[in-house]
Design a binder for this molecule. Structure first.
Ligand SMILES: [Fe+2]
Length: 98
């Protein structure tokens, strides 16, 4: 459970490097973010801080990039929770509202 919670909290930590504030004051993708999406930069940040490999695996595998690796059970939980929260906002017209 600790690994799942830590992974869920840190899954998007790489977005701190993937995005920046532009001259217009709005968020935009950084040059680094164009080269490396947040799962990659997130793992780099986490490893530099001594985060355990099991949590780094969740960061690496939480997004589409993780479809190419064998996810742990904990990574599957975070991956599916992430997409359950993300997909309705990506295409809201496919969500049935009561
Ligand atoms: Fe993400």
């Amino acid at each position: 459970m600790d690994v799942v919670i830590a992974g869920a909290i840190l899954a998007d930590v790489g977005k701190l490097l993937e995005y920046e504030i532009g001259p217009d004051g709005k968020s935009r993708q950084s040059e680094r973010g164009e080269a490396l999406r947040h799962p990659f930069t997130g793992v780099a940040l986490a490893m530099e801080c001594g985060v355990p490999d099991a949590v780094c695996h969740i960061i690496a595998a939480h997004a589409a990039e993780g479809d190419l690796v064998k996810r742990t059970t904990e990574a599957f939980i975070v991956h599916h929770a992430d997409f359950m929260a993300f997909l309705p906002f990506k295409n809201p017209k496919n969500v049935k509202v009561k």
